[in-house]
Design a protein around this ligand. Structure first.
Ligand code: PBG
Length: 342
């Protein structure tokens, strides 16, 4: 959580010139650095993403060193671990068995699909002690790997929303606390809000992936959920934003808020901190950032190779999100960071 409120711009306060002013004075000792700290990080700032598969044990993900897909029992154990570490929320992503993928992605709204079953088990085990966030998009379930339905080679917007609404309702029925649409269809937040309300889920939050870019940093995630081979050489540029865009992200956020989003997400994270800062300053709503799989993989692999101090760059990168204005960070470092935070 971030309490800072953006104040109206004021002229930069005048200071006496050197040598009267020496900025190094307040940096000179640990106590004064702590006392003058503008931003800090705690376990309450973290959202922990978990990959789940329909089985038991754990399966390491080669392109995400240190991260494994978890069986159902192991996912419940991770939820308990989140409670112990003070991590407020987890985000579940299913690695769907290929036999359950189809062109129409109908497994997405099967009330007994993997994420729904895991969510029920986790909620039975930990109740309200940890929030469960579920993605809404079709890519874990579609044989083509796209987030929406495809007709004549195009991802079709409005028909996709019907499916996303059904997916949202079964996920809320399973007990998830937050619906997180990451599909980037136009107009889906308002339709999902209405569908949730009509199904008696007026208290279920919507965390919109409002500013989601068509990024090459998602590669390891697609390996983890097994959608990389479905997508093949195709891309998501007709619905995810171009990395060249900044104003467009503000329009995306404005529309999603007008349709009822409770909070918004910027994704990826580190290369997009300018967007995080702009969104927070413009709207002042709960704003989250996703330090995505490729960002994690870079830092972790450099740490494993001895090129960087993993713990130090992990903490520095997470604090940078707070400084940019994020209220929280969705990160594969959540467990390791929480273990090292007060
Ligand atoms: C799916 C989704 C993606 C990620 C989260 N949800 C991949 C994509 O859009 O292709 C990526 C997250 C990561 O890289 O860690 N809609």
């Amino acid at each position: 959580p971030q309490s800072s409120v953006t104040l109206p711009a004021v002229p930069f306060p005048p200071r006496a010139p050197f040598p009267a002013t020496r900025l190094r004075r307040v940096r000179a000792h640990d106590w004064t650095r702590r006392l003058t700290r503008e931003n800090s990080l705690s376990a309450s700032d973290l959202i922990w993403p978990l990959f789940v598969f329909d089985g038991s044990g754990s399966q390491p993900v080669a392109s995400l060193p240190g991260v494994s897909r978890l069986g159902i029992r192991e996912a419940v154990a991770a939820a308990r671990r989140a409670v112990d570490l003070g991590i407020p929320a987890i985000a579940l992503f299913p690695a769907t068995d290929p036999s359950r993928k189809s062109d129409d992605a109908r497994e997405a709204f099967n009330p007994d699909n993997l994420v729904c079953r895991v969510t029920r088990e986790i909620k039975d085990a930990v109740g309200d002690a940890v929030g469960v966030i579920l993605d809404v998009a079709l890519d874990p379930y579609s044989s083509h790997g796209q987030d929406g339905l495809v007709r004549d080679g195009r991802v079709i917007n409005d028909e996709t929303i019907d499916v996303l609404c059904q997916q949202s309702v079964v996920q809320a029925d399973a007990g998830c606390d937050v619906i997180a649409p990451s599909d980037m269809m136009d107009g889906r937040i308002g339709r999902i809000r209405s569908a949730l309300d009509a199904a008696g889920h007026g208290d279920t939050q919507i965390m919109s992936y409002a500013a989601k870019y068509a990024s090459a940093f998602y590669g390891p995630f697609r390996d983890a959920v097994g959608s990389a081979s479905n997508l093949g050489a195709a891309d998501k540029k007709t619905y995810q934003q171009s990395p060249s865009q900044s104003d467009e992200a503000i329009h995306e956020v404005a529309l999603d808020l007008s349709e009822g989003a409770d909070s918004v997400m910027v994704k990826p994270g580190m290369p997009y901190l300018d967007i995080v800062a702009r969104v927070k300053q413009t709207f002042g709503v709960p704003t989250f950032a996703y330090q995505v799989s490729g960002e994690y993989a870079m830092l972790q692999a450099a740490g494993d190779a001895g090129y960087l101090d993993r713990d130090a760059v992990m903490m520095e990168s997470l604090l940078a999100f707070k400084r940019a204005g994020a209220d929280g960070i969705l990160t594969y470092f959540a467990e390791a960071a929480a273990e090292r935070l007060p």
